[in-house]
Design a protein around this ligand. Structure first.
Ligand SMILES: Cc1ncc(COP(=O)(O)O)c(C=O)c1O
Length: 385
């Protein structure tokens, strides 16, 4: 039975400064609002907190494995949200999604082959190729009718016919693009043409802000896509449980799955029992909370679009998904926009970390009060230039 509907208060201010929070400790003791690393300042759904408390109260915290109910919930979730019928044995649990990117880089791209990655992109995409010592080709992300899209034609010029791995980030971080069906089909055609397996990071798939859009998993478009892909998903961004660490790789092709598991074996630890507990409760009982969170974030996105685009020198394209705003500062007469805003009391992610120094990324997974204060500081600094 589902729990009673709650009302959720995303405006509630919660002090994170005593919780060894990456986000808040970076600027500890300084008057700089942390708007960088991608977790939110919201409490997780009450059902998640209740489930964790119940599990802790049990008191015996021994070795564990994925609860059958979690896999059933996940299989049902793929079918109901995406019409994607997956089998429980395709699911490989991971203690984080970044390790999935790194396993895929090592397992699915042989020496001498190439990894193709969008750029700018979430930094572990690029570092996974470096760590695996694989050749990297960047597909430059360009603005196409107001949307950030990787230019595969540009990447194609550097491919050598030896095959390898194509990394996708859908929705795209940074940039927030939600891939359309035709774009996924074109990506599949590209992967087939160049003999590339596909690793699709879909960690932000539940955070679709544009109500006219739905997420489409790459592997769900057809059997050919499924058979050459690893899809990475997680409840971590969706329900703000990134500190627990539970991610899911979906690998339909048994040979690819075996290669993936072989690289992971003995090195990557299992998922912790509290992460499993939280993931299960979130997928089972978290939908009302998620709907409310999306409403709240849509309000933030609209506010931010209006405020940022009203400032001289700044440009923010429509954010289709994620709570991360990719702000073009190339019109500002400053050398280092990240440092400029930090000195103004706003701690953003430097664009250079993703691949473009002229940008900053603003995490709006925070209360309206924090967001308004950050915007006021940015505005004051820009208008003084
Ligand atoms: C695209 C993308 N992949 C992966 C992650 C992080 O995954 P994890 O913390 O589960 O390793 C993030 C976090 O910001 C992300 O944006």
């Amino acid at each position: 039975m589902s729990p009673k509907p709650h009302s959720f208060d995303f405006d509630k201010e919660i002090d994170r400064t005593t919780t060894a929070s990456d986000k808040w400790d970076k600027y500890k003791g300084q008057n700089i609002l942390p708007m960088w690393v991608a977790d939110s300042d919201f409490q997780s759904p009450p059902a998640v907190i209740d489930a964790l408390q119940t599990r802790i109260a049990h008191g015996v915290l021994g070795y564990t494995h994925a609860p059958d109910n979690l896999t059933d919930l996940f299989v049902a979730r793929m079918a109901s949200r995406y019409g994607w019928h997956i089998e429980p044995e395709w699911v490989v649990y991971l203690p984080g999604l970044v390790c999935g990117l790194n396993i895929a880089a090592r397992a699915l791209c042989d020496e001498g082959q190439t990894i193709v990655s969008p750029s700018p992109v979430y930094p572990p995409f690029i570092s996974s190729a470096k760590f695996a010592e694989r050749r990297l080709v960047k597909a430059p992300v360009k603005l196409d009718q107001g949307r950030w899209m990787p230019d595969l034609d540009e990447a194609e010029k550097q491919l050598d016919g030896k095959g390898g791995l194509l990394q996708m980030c859908n929705p795209l971080n940074p940039g927030g693009t939600v891939y359309r069906k035709e774009e996924l089909e074109a990506t599949l055609a590209f992967a087939e043409k160049h003999d590339l397996l596909v690793c699709s990071d879909e960690i932000h798939c539940d955070l679709i802000l544009d109500e006219a859009l739905t997420h489409i998993p790459f592997a769900s478009i057809n059997e050919r896509a499924a058979q050459r892909s690893v899809t990475l998903m997680a409840p971590s961004k969706t329900f703000n449980i990134a500190g627990l660490g539970a991610s899911i790789a979906i690998i339909p092709n048994p040979k690819i799955r075996q290669r993936f598991i072989k690289v992971k074996r003995g090195i990557v630890p299992g998922v912790s029992l509290l992460a499993f507990t939280a993931a299960e409760a979130a997928y089972e009982h978290g939908q009302d909370w998620l709907d409310a969170q999306l409403d709240y974030l849509r309000g933030h996105r609209d506010y931010l679009m209006q405020e940022i685009n009203a400032l001289p020198g700044l440009k923010l394209e429509k954010i289709e998904a994620t709570y991360l705003a990719w702000i073009d500062c190339s019109g500002l007469p400053v050398d280092n926009p990240h440092r400029f805003f930090e000195q103004a009391g706003v701690g953003l992610s430097p664009g250079i970390d993703f691949g473009n120094r002229q940008f900053v990324r603003l995490n709006f997974g925070c209360t309206r009060k924090t967001l308004e204060e950050a915007v006021a500081r940015m505005k004051a600094a820009v208008l003084l230039l």
